[in-house]
Ligand binder design. Sequence first.
Ligand SMILES: Nc1ncnc2c1ncn2[C@@H]1O[C@H](COP(=O)(O)OP(=O)(O)OP(=O)(O)O)[C@@H](O)[C@H]1O
Length: 266
Amino acid sequence: MSSVISLRGAALSYGPRTVWHDLELDVRPGEFLAVLGPNGAGKTSFVRALLGRQPLSAGELTVLGRPPREAARHIGYVPQQAALSAQAMLRARDLVRFGIDGHRFGPRLRTAAVRKRVDEILDAVGASAYADVPVGTLSGGERQRVRVGQALATDPRILLCDEPLLSLDLHHQRAVTELVDARRRSHGTAVVFVTHEINPVLDLVDRVLYLAPGGHRVGTPDEVLTSASLSRLYGTRVDVVHVDGRIVVVGALDDPAHHVPEEVHP
Ligand SMILES: Nc1ncnc2c1ncn2[C@@H]1O[C@H](COP(=O)(O)OP(=O)(O)OP(=O)(O)O)[C@@H](O)[C@H]1O
């Protein structure tokens, strides 16, 4: 298959308000696509469309050649780090097991085989040490590892990550992105990674989908993350500067994530 996600002339509206339109995009197996943009540009709406939870208002979207709802079980979804509420008392082992039971393996797989697979996944995401404590007691970074494990347990062909690094420190950001990258390298799993902050994944990104109030752009980071390109998307002057291998966007943006990070303030 040449693409796992295909959008043609795609638009998404809520009532009279069109969030994005004329979106043309093909995501290839093993590709790492970062979805960027300021608050309200439609990133979450894009995720919801891929999961088949929000219909397009125009155009076409296929996931693995099918309508998105039919392909949802092939998508491993890693959400934002959120309060666990109902799941707080469950163990990491239980969450990963749900990932397995919910999909391919089904009830016929013998318990010992399921247990072995759960152990393998917990090991792969570095969560074995806290596999048996309630996830409500884990740190944010530990919990996100478990979330990645839960998503990998579904044996996904697409990993859809919605701001999975929010409120993680640099060490855990790196750990989570490495897990995601390892999966795409070992299995050709495509990665759609919604993020406010490109730098933690910059080395991994093949292409960027930049959603903005004035339109969108798809291309490599070098093509999209330029002063000229972003100024066009925002309709105002935006400067993109490179500082120690990091990309910093400076401009009159209403997005707090685009403020100059502290470490580069003079
Ligand atoms: N169910 C809905 N009904 C009406 N409008 C909605 C709905 N969901 C989102 N919107 C609007 O659509 C726009 C895009 O929202 P969306 O959540 O997709 O943006 P986002 O890029 O994910 O933003 P953020 O970075 O703040 O999470 C916003 O203006 C939002 O208010």
